[in-house]
Design a protein around this ligand. Sequence first.
Ligand SMILES: [Ca+2]
Length: 430
Amino acid sequence: MKRAAVVILMAATMPWSADAWGEEKIPAVVFNFAGGRYGAQLADSVRLGLRRHEYDVLDRISSEEIAEEGLGKETDQAKVVEMLKGRLKAKLGVYGTVDKSGDTITAEIVVVGLADPAKPSSWTKAFSGSGERARGVIAAQVVEAIRKQANWKPPEYGDDAAPTNFGKAINLNGDFETGHTGWQAPDRATTFIVDGPSGRGKVLKFVTDVERDKWLEYQRKLRFGQAKPEDAPALAKDTSYANSVAALEGAHYRSEWIQAPPGARYWMVADMKGKTAGIFFPKIFVKGYADFGDRADALPEQTLVEMKMTPQQFARLPVARQKQLIATDAARNPDRYRREVFRWYLACRNEEDTWQHYAAPCPPRGGLPATVKYLQIQVYAYWPPGTYLFDNVHLYADPNQKAPLDEEKARTPNFGRTSDVIEREARKKQ
Ligand SMILES: [Ca+2]
């Protein structure tokens, strides 16, 4: 329990920007603040401070040209958003009003975030300080507040604006209105299809704050056809680091197989509600698979169970007989011989625990690797322990794609490494 508490605390206070923003620089504009000379000076200190971090900040002269007298805190936010979206092409805007009274400087700063250009978010905060170093102290506080606040989603996979007209989704029943058509059956222990809030119809629900050992045993039985979701065991609530589904495997919910044409590019889109913490958030994986049936030298576990054969018994068979069994099984159950050759995920960060919309292109650049023959969408929830709701989980062909695209190697260091490994390492470090 103690370890779990530490993880939560660390995740909640972790400077989210470094992990979340990766190597992407966030284009930002710090307008001169209203308040004469002090406004201009403080704005320039904030520019300098942001530039030391992952922000690409517009230079002082260009910023001053936009509003020489400064943009006060009462400035119409819609106009600021318009400027950022327009010729400034920025995702972060900072403005406000500075007052000097005797020795004390007070600054009311407004920050607007445009990671999702359709849904600008903002906050306003007052800072103050006195004495000679007041300006430097306030600027540092503003920069820290900008870097720590997580009211908007960072641009993670390029700055592509989501197309407005996607056409028809490639996967079936992403809104879950026809139960689990197009998806695996929910296990009714950690995954459920339930009535959602008004206007959403049915939604996919995950519960991860439950005991893990009993669930794992049930999962195994489900996989081998020895149990049905109707037999789902009642699981005790468990939020521990040692034995909760949240802290260990997490729960997956898989789509049916989707054929992938060569060089294809997609958009993954979804709505999610659930409380996330720092680097721990649900993901919607798009995984690519290839056939490995002609390279297999053993029967999959599921087939062995069905044939009531142990791995030892299989190993004792003559090689010719082994090959024959594998070939027969690969023809009958080709999906059991598919191997993952590509993975990407849509990050569903949600510190506010409200319904949010997510959309990103997949792959982030270029087309799918040529080895990919099939895709599967895997919705995945784990830590923090709790309840997560998903709706409108749709995969679309990129409407802007005109021809097959070559694969482009990822720029993100961890891209392609399995996220469970990366996160387990991250958790260990903490
Ligand atoms: Ca729905």
